[in-house]
Ligand binder design. Sequence first.
Ligand code: KG4
Ligand code: ZN
Length: 334
Amino acid sequence: MLTVLAFESSCDDTGVAVIRGTEVLSNVIANQDVHAQYGGVVPEMASRAHMQHIIPTLDAALGKAGVGASDIDLVAYTQGPGLNGSLLVGATFAKTWAWQHQVPSVPVHHMHAHILAHFLSPEPSPQLPFLCLTVSGGHTQIVLVNAPDDLQVLGSTRDDAAGEAFDKLAKLMGLPYPGGPLIDRLAAQGNGQAFRFARPKVDGLDMSFSGLKTSVLQFLTKQMKSDPDFLSTHQVDVAASVQSAILDILMDKLSLAVEQTGIREVAIAGGVSANRGLRAALAAREQEDGWITHIPPMSHCTDNAAMIAMAGLLKFEAGERGSLDMAPDPRLPF
Ligand code: KG4
Ligand code: ZN
């Protein structure tokens, strides 16, 4: 059984993990607080913070896993997509470590890793083929997973990603970045039917969220004109209604994908899969429609390096090999 050391640095979190086979021995994340005051991630500050965090995070991951450098058989790292400077720090560090310790390295696509995290134990792995709704800050896709190295995008967003929609709508509500988890928390106390926002119609399995943003903006502007306290007095209902609209768009398209493919094995992945409303909506389909659903544990939803390790191991087993001159790619195609 191979022991894999992995690095994730695509955005603003520095992650280092160790797995053995499908078992997570450690999964350490150093979050960056510096961005909250700017309302979004500042790329140059993120790269600098990765440089500060990567060695202590590596030491913590090896220590927690109870392994030394000589126990590592393979290094995996995020090649892209993501922020160029952030990726460069992680990829350069990972490849250097692999070269220094004479072990192979394998580059990983960040979104493949979100999906392949479903193969980490102790959760039961999805049966192939399965459908995966991948929802993060940069991506929203419905993916048909035929095999770990055969992933096919059936539909995707035409504008904002679901996480981006959560964050932008949260900003309209005056909430700090990243607003997704805050909307989730507020929505739990509100009524999702209180206000009805537009659900843009798009053909097939593609999605769109920009019309929803306009709809919420127009609604709030109008309400605030007649009642300047509207947002503070209706915060939980606005949050719940915003969340309902986003989840309706996602669940409608996922249902259509199940209908079109006949595949009932359905997973969610990516940062937005931490959303309690989405988790509940998916789980409900087990009873209602006989879906077999896979909901990742919270620690595997948002960015982490255990998912990079799992994806790296599966790709390595499928014959993929990296080389030291492999460059990170901020726009790495799926
Ligand atoms: O996958 P991820 O950690 O990073 C990217 O690869 O983008 O996803 C981050 C996104 C952010 O937009 C964040 O607001 C959203 O996931 N997010 C959530 C929740 N937790 C994270 N959105 C809604 N509800 C949540 N509980
Ligand atoms: Zn991610």
